[in-house]
Design a protein around this ligand. Structure first.
Ligand code: PMP
Length: 305
């Protein structure tokens, strides 16, 4: 995906020019992956920009940082306000992606990161679709998702994503849009950067937190929408065969939003098109994130007055 440059980046409490937001080559994070981040979306409604579930993303950023003993150096409120201020300064009037990052900077070499400085940055830029295909053609990856006692997937740490990169590259080189990981017990886990749901016999089923997943905020959004539609959701292990024989399947994630899964390992899911329930969710989701449904306005932080 190409990056659409804007004027400014927020770094360590200051708004700096895009080209000035640099780090030293010996920064700890580059060598050892010692950073944590968030991916957040902002949605343009036609007359305002809404940041979707900012509070939940900032909360997760702080949980991820805490695991690695990193203090972001700013309060949750300060980082939330900085996010809104940055988007305003950049005059963003389109859908966008926001990337807060807390990382170990320059100062120490070696595996103990505790003496390396912690730095914090926020980047926000215009952004469109992440998975380009209307419906994703997927493969089950030959790489397993990192188990929680090896590298906790519940924490959104930079180093975790090297596991995702292996799976994504394998999938793309084999002609698929996206990879689906199995967990270490052989059950379906998640995509390289998104959670997964299947639909079967009027039930919506998603892997549980113990299937090596990031506990997604979009996953939570989907579960809440199902609840509000009185559709039953089960969090339970899903076998590879169940996935193949699902009536519908879809990914959920900030970047991927709700993306239908239309094929897994050359097996069509349902009739190989976007499922009816998936379509309904996708439509509701788009209305909610743009402030068109008043019930869910609490999830939106407006950027402009
Ligand atoms: N799993 C992984 C590995 C991810 O990177 C993401 C994207 N953050 C998700 C799931 C979905 O999480 P969310 O809905 O909070 O973006």
């Amino acid at each position: 995906m190409s990056i659409k440059e804007v004027d400014f980046i927020w770094k360590n409490g200051e708004i700096v020019k895009w080209d000035k937001a640099k780090i030293h080559i010996l920064s700890h994070v580059i060598h050892y992956g010692t950073g944590v981040f968030e991916g957040i979306r902002g949605y343009w409604s036609g007359d305002n920009l809404y940041v979707f579930r900012l509070e939940e993303h900032i909360n997760r950023l702080f949980e991820s940082s805490e695991l690695y003993f990193m203090d972001p150096g700013y309060t949750k409120k300060e980082l939330s306000e900085a996010t809104v201020e940055l988007l305003r300064e950049n005059n963003i009037e389109s859908d966008c992606y926001i990337r807060p990052l807390v990382y170990r900077g320059y100062g120490k070499i070696g595996l103990n990161p505790l003496e390396a400085p912690v730095e914090t940055a926020i980047i926000g830029f215009p952004f469109g679709k992440y998975i380009e295909a209307e419906g994703a053609r997927c493969c089950v990856s030959s790489w397993r998702r990192i188990p929680t006692d090896v590298l906790p997937p519940e924490s959104k740490a930079c180093g975790n994503y090297i596991n995702s990169v292996l799976a994504k590259v394998e999938a793309v080189k084999n002609g698929f849009d996206e990879a689906i990981f199995l967990d270490h017990d052989g059950y379906v886990s998640e995509g390289s950067g998104e959670n997964l749901f299947i639909v079967k016999d009027d039930l919506v089923i998603t892997p549980p937190t113990y299937s090596s997943i990031l506990i997604g905020i979009t996953r939570d959004t989907v579960m809440r929408l199902c609840y509000d539609m009185e559709v039953k959701v089960q969090e339970r292990p899903i076998t590879r065969t169940e996935l193949i024989h699902a009536e519908e399947a879809f990914f959920s994630g900030t970047a991927a939003e709700i993306t239908p899964i239309v094929e897994v390992d050359h097996h069509k899911i349902g009739d190989g098109d976007t499922g009816e329930f998936t379509k309904k969710l996708m439509d509701s989701f788009q209305e909610i994130v743009r402030g068109k449904i008043s019930n869910y306005k609490d999830w939106l932080t407006p950027v402009y007055d």
